[in-house]
Design a binder for this molecule. Structure first.
Ligand code: SAM
Length: 279
């Protein structure tokens, strides 16, 4: 969409920097300078960004606690006003408010334009050196141990890189729970991305959990956990040899169960071979 002095009415979802103010796109700056109204999570936080670009557009607080009536009033404005939605940092709607507003604006038939830009989870994926062909954004893990372990268990078998948002004080506990629930995985802790003290520390989950257990780092953090290692299935020869040994003192089904466990092969495959061998 070409940027003009008079913006067409509708909702503009605008990504803002996650640290370095230089990461605000030129298009985002133009929209924030020419919109009729800016909806912000925290007007004091966003005030600094707007001052930085010299934008003098009225701001209104809008977040997930805004009432249904307030959201309806905003949606009504979209018919003839250009309204920009921003969050404290990064891409609105990503672990940030906004989805209900976009949903209602869409239902009302209003124009919605997104201005892509910084997002901590995506930036962390570009630093971690872990597979990016398939990833799952998990947002923040629950704070309570049981809920956290349950959430981790839900995704433990997924063949995908996992991305979590976290805070310094909770990092050690989160990494410990991830090591317990996911086992040996390559992982990364990306901290203060695009800021002065940016760093990305890589290692196994157990190593990172030990590193941060008693040393909570400062700043904002993304944890990236690689997918489970590929299982190398035992060859037919290895399977037969183990089964022949087990069949000397066990029934086909018990031999299959024992060997399936030891060689980490599906029980069905071991049983089919065991039946063949015991014929
Ligand atoms: N909407 C934002 C985005 O697009 O990434 C995320 C907002 S969420 C409320 C805030 C969390 O994002 C932080 O607790 C941290 O986990 C992560 N985060 C934000 N900025 C970051 C940065 N500069 N470095 C590392 N993580 C960051």
């Amino acid at each position: 969409m070409p940027v003009t002095d008079q913006l067409p009415p509708g909702l503009y979802v605008v990504a803002t920097p996650i640290g370095n103010l230089g990461d605000l796109t030129a298009r985002a700056a133009e929209i924030l300078g020419t919109a009729d109204l800016i909806l912000a999570e925290d007007t004091r936080v966003s005030g600094k960004l707007l001052a930085h670009i010299g934008a003098k557009v009225p701001m209104r607080r809008h977040d997930d606690h805004s009432s249904d009536e307030e959201r309806a009033r905003v949606v009504a404005l979209l018919a003839d006003k250009a309204v920009a939605l921003i969050s404290d940092a990064g891409t609105p709607l990503i672990s940030d408010p906004g989805y209900r507003l976009v949903r209602d604006a869409r239902a009302g038939g209003h124009a919605i334009t997104t201005l892509p830009g910084p997002c901590a989870g995506i930036a962390a994926l570009t630093l971690a050196g872990l597979p990016t062909d398939r990833f799952l954004f998990m947002g923040f893990l629950p704070a309570k141990a049981k809920a956290r372990a349950d959430t981790i268990a839900e995704v433990s078998a997924l063949r995908a890189t996992l991305v979590f948002y976290e805070s310094g004080p909770r990092l050690g506990a989160a990494l410990g729970a991830l090591a317990d629930g996911l086992g040996q995985r390559d992982s990364a802790v990306a901290r203060e991305i695009s800021k002065l003290h940016e760093e990305c520390v890589t290692g196994s989950l157990a190593d990172l959990a030990a590193r941060y257990a008693d040393a909570p780092p400062k700043g904002e953090i993304v944890i990236v956990v690689g997918p489970p290692a590929d299982k190398v299935e035992a060859s037919d020869e290895a399977l037969d040899s183990a089964l022949l040994g087990a069949l000397e003192h066990l029934s086909a089904s018990r031999a299959a169960a024992e060997v399936a466990e030891t060689l980490n092969v599906p029980r069905k495959r071991a049983y089919a071979r065991a039946l063949n061998l015991s014929k």
